[in-house]
Design a protein around this ligand. Structure first.
Ligand code: BV8
Length: 247
């Protein structure tokens, strides 16, 4: 017996041509990647202010890199789940589909998504602190901690947006543009408290979009959602896909 809310959400999506999905750490939970604020969350053992900030990196680059080394080793053993795979398939279902993610784990591109806006960067990319060059680095384990730029010898940092740092203006600019242009935004697995990402669903709703939330728990976004589906993304998202490609 289908949950009537799932039916309502599927019906909204079956009529949509322009769709955006906004994801957070929760979509990777069923892949085994710890969330930030959940009971087993990453922040539980550490405090964001202690590690995911430019001040922490300046103070102790080795400690910050040890945290990322631990996360890279953990994520390297994780595979995309049905939630990631469903969103990758939606690129072929909806005439205009954009995936906006707060996640840095790289599981969306691994699942086959191509039209992705990675708001907070990617844990598999490093950036030279002197030259600013960004390169892929999938060494597990890293050859040295902290790693240094092979061309100039300066420290490398994760190519990740830390608290107190601005997002890439082109990326966040496109995220707002797609949020304002979509008919439906599906918000998956985020506690909806980190800005500016947390403002995207409100921006979409103000432009007339329906907002579908997928999360086992209520969030500050829930009261504003058109439909809130209480459950795990891996199970729920595949039930939402319209039965046929929207023409
Ligand atoms: C900036 C990289 C300009 C690190 C991250 C306006 C208002 C208030 C505060 C601010 C504001 N503007 C700026 C701020 C400050 C700050 C901020 O938002 N602070 C918060 C904490 C209040 N924002 C910034 O600093 C941003 N910069 O705005 O630049 C500026 C410049 C200078 C000074 C001021 C402003 C930069 C933000 C980016 C920070 N970097 N990550 C790293 O990953 O190593 S954020 C970090 O949190 C992760 O990227 C993560 O993606 C993100 C959000 O967390 P979630 O993804 O939501 O994860 P969480 O664990 O919280 O929740 C998981 C959810 O999943 C839960 O709801 C759970 O119920 C659900 N779930 C669990 N299992 C499942 C599930 N859902 C579905 N299925 C399941 N199976």
């Amino acid at each position: 017996m289908e949950d009537p809310l799932v039916g309502k959400a599927a019906e909204i999506l079956s009529r949509a041509r322009r769709v955006v999905a906004l994801t957070g750490a929760g979509i990777s939970a069923e892949s085994g990647v710890p969330t930030f604020r959940g009971k087993d969350g990453l922040w539980r053992q550490f405090r964001a202010e202690d590690l995911a900030t430019p001040e922490a990196f300046a103070r102790d680059p080795k400690l910050v890199w040890e945290w990322y080394e631990w996360r890279r080793g953990l994520i390297a053993r994780c595979a995309p789940n049905a939630g990631h795979v469903t969103l990758a398939a939606w690129e072929r279902v909806f005439p205009r589909f954009t995936l906006i993610t707060q996640n840095v784990d790289g599981l969306h591109p691994s699942a086959g998504s191509t039209n992705i806006l990675e708001l907070h960067g990617n844990i598999w990319k490093v950036r030279c602190t002197r030259e600013g060059t960004v390169t892929d680095n999938r060494d597990v384990p890293l050859r040295e901690i902290p790693p240094h730029c092979p061309s100039c010898g300066a420290l490398l940092r994760p190519h990740i947006v830390w608290f107190g740092e601005s997002l890439d203006q082109a990326v966040i600019g496109r995220a707002f543009k797609e949020s304002a242009a979509c008919e439906v935004m599906v918000v998956v697995g985020t506690s909806a408290i980190v800005h500016p990402a947390a403002s995207l669903p409100h921006y979409a709703a103000e432009a007339g979009a329906a907002v579908i939330e997928v999360n086992p728990d209520p969030t500050p976004l829930s009261p504003y959602a058109t439909v809130s589906l209480r459950g795990p993304a891996g199970q729920l998202l595949s039930t939402l896909k319209p039965r046929e490609t929207v023409s």
